[in-house]
Design a protein around this ligand. Structure first.
Ligand SMILES: *Cc1c(COP(=O)(O)O)cnc(C)c1O
Length: 292
């Protein structure tokens, strides 16, 4: 699985107050099929699975999960079998109507379905043992893909040449992406995370993977919770694409960019600051989530 060299920092040429300069790192261009941060998080996990001699990788996700889509495509490309354990038994008979899941099956992923109550216990030994009985030996990647190997990968998002930015902003789901970005940030930079879900717990999750303190979360832009959105958000995303040519996704990067621009207008950032927002990808989310 090779990343291409297409990623660059694109200047966002829209009118902004307080002499703010805004750029977006086009991680969405990292790979044709395995976009953005999910590529970063899988790269060293797949390498480790192969190193340890596994030929099967099992992971978890919801019906619209970018992580499920990315794992299925990466497995096909890298020649490793994939099993996706999906939240919600009712999907077992309906997955063909869901773009993310039917594409995953086309990429060779075997799907299994857990009831919502079992899914909540997916990190318990008993549930894992049951999965081993059913699927045999496998390399386990947690839901959302965040573990130590994933952080190694997300530490490669920010480059030494990004050192002249004052702020780095990213969407947050499990916190693995922001943790890697924090670890490779410079001390003079502030890393700001915009959670896509309601989650105070995220502070502690992020601290599991970083000792640094030059970061914070801005928790007001979840738009009702994970995978929820409003007309205002969709209108913003469409307007942003018209003005800049950059398509954001409705689950993560749209919410983050909405928050960044609102905070700029409120005067949250120091006058004359240079801000780098990360386009973590996730554009496959459109095909399942929003019909228009
Ligand atoms: C999964 C995802 C995130 C969140 O990443 P975490 O490492 O779980 O915080 C952000 N943006 C996009 C596009 C994603 O698919």
């Amino acid at each position: 699985m090779f990343e291409n060299e297409n990623v660059y920092n694109q200047h966002i040429a829209i009118e902004l107050p307080y002499n703010i300069e805004l750029y977006i790192k086009r991680e969405d261009l990292l790979h044709e099929e395995v976009s953005g941060n999910k590529f970063r998080k899988l790269k060293y996990n797949i390498a480790k699975a192969k190193e340890l001699g596994y030929n099967k990788l099992l992971t978890f996700g919801g019906a619209y999960s970018n992580h499920i889509a990315a794992t299925a495509a990466a497995g096909r490309i890298c020649g490793i079998d994939t099993i996706g354990i999906i939240r919600g038994e009712e999907l077992a008979t309906k997955y063909k109507d869901n773009h993310t899941l039917s594409k995953a099956v086309n990429d060779g992923m075997e799907l299994g379905f857990l009831s919502r109550s079992d899914y909540r216990l997916k990190n318990e030994e008993e549930v894992i043992n049951r999965l081993h009985t059913q699927y045999g030996d496998f390399y386990l990647v947690p839901e959302g893909g965040t573990n130590m190997e994933a952080i190694r990968g997300t530490e490669e998002i920010l480059k030494p040449t990004d050192c002249d930015f004052d702020y780095v902003c990213t969407a947050v789901g499990t916190g693995g992406t922001i943790a890697g970005i924090i670890n490779s940030s410079q001390a003079h930079q502030t890393v700001l995370g915009f959670p896509a879900l309601k989650g105070e717990f995220l502070y502690n999750d992020i601290k599991l993977y970083t000792d640094r303190t030059n970061w914070d979360l801005i928790i007001d832009y979840h738009f009702g919770g994970y995978a929820k959105y409003t007309d205002e958000l969709i209108t913003f995303i469409k307007g942003f694409q018209e003005e800049t040519g950059v398509l954001l996704d409705p689950i993560y990067t749209g919410k983050m960019m909405f928050g960044v621009i609102q905070k700029i207008k409120e005067g949250y950032f120091k006058e004359g600051s240079k801000i780098l927002a990360i386009h973590t990808g996730g554009l496959q989310g459109w095909s399942s989530k929003i019909k228009n």
